[in-house]
Ligand binder design. Structure first.
Ligand code: BTN
Length: 273
């Protein structure tokens, strides 16, 4: 058996209605794949691309057994409580700057969460979303480079949102939060998946439009804050001053030097919270 389908596909997912949810991407109906369980929807997307040559699809799972976060971390993905979704797409004009995609995705997901739950959402650079001072969503974008069989670059945009969780394992309980949707968990999940997917597809059709950047700046919880930057083996303190036109984080380090971070990790200094 192909290891594609340790993952069982299902049609019955959140009472998904094929007529009311039919997102279009690049002029075609987006393929929707709902899984009862998988290791990681990002990994499942890679398998659909490699084994079934599916180039554009939304993959959603009820449960992930090996949800992945950035920098080799795991993403806690218990059954039914959260949204675990990956948008697989093959940009028409090759690989656009992946940081632009994650920056835009942060704004699209933040807006969707606010409209569905009424909770104010902030962004911690580069793509962690916070509500009520806790991380409620993480985004992991990965590029799949061309191979002998596939000459195009594909992008997988994985989004995890804690929707109904009432508790977290010890190692997460000081950081992670949830929307605490209670009995509305399934309804909110469905609305969020649909709103986010439509928003992402609209953005991908108009990828040169950078109007989301101003909203990203307004939602930023790091601009004006003292932060600690981790770049490779190097750690230093700095003040975050802006988000540049490519979604990079502009900082002034302790020597007064201006730098722009396009990857890496930051934490906000506690004395500054
Ligand atoms: C992070 O917080 O570092 C990013 C977390 C990304 C989690 C999502 S859940 C859906 C998709 N599949 C994964 O394995 N990871 C992403």
């Amino acid at each position: 058996m192909s290891d594609l389908i340790k993952v069982a596909e299902t049609d019955e997912f959140l009472n998904y209605d094929k007529d009311s949810f039919a997102p279009m991407l690049y002029g075609e109906k987006l393929k929707l794949i709902f899984l009862k369980e998988t290791d990681s929807t990002n990994e499942a997307a890679k398998r659909y691309l490699a084994q079934e040559k599916i180039r554009n699809a939304l993959i959603v799972a009820k449960l992930q057994t090996a949800g992945k976060g950035r920098r080799g971390r795991t993403f806690y993905s218990p059954a039914d409580e959260g949204i675990y979704m990956s948008l697989l797409f093959t940009p028409k004009e090759g690989l656009e700057d992946i940081i632009a995609v994650t920056t835009a995705a942060s704004v699209i997901v933040a807006r969707a969460i606010e409209s569905v739950s009424g909770q104010k959402v902030s962004v911690k650079w580069v793509n962690d979303l916070y509500a009520g001072g806790r991380k409620i969503c993480g985004i992991l974008a990965e590029a799949v480079l061309p191979t002998d069989e596939n000459d195009e670059t594909a992008v997988i945009l994985g989004i995890g949102i804690n929707v109904g969780n009432e508790s977290f394992p010890d190692e997460l309980k000081d950081i992670a939060g949830s929307l605490h949707a209670g009995i509305q968990t399934n309804l909110w999940k469905k609305q969020l998946i649909q709103t986010i997917t439509k928003g992402l597809c609209a953005f991908l059709e108009d990828i040169k439009n950078t109007s989301y950047l101003e909203e990203y700046r307004q939602r930023s919880m790091v601009i004006g804050r003292e932060i600690i930057c981790y770049e490779g083996n190097c750690t230093y303190c700095a003040t975050a001053t802006d988000i540049d036109e490519r979604g990079g984080l502009v900082v002034i380090d302790e020597k007064g030097e201006r730098k722009v971070l396009h990857s890496g990790e930051i934490t906000i200094r506690l004395s500054n919270l």
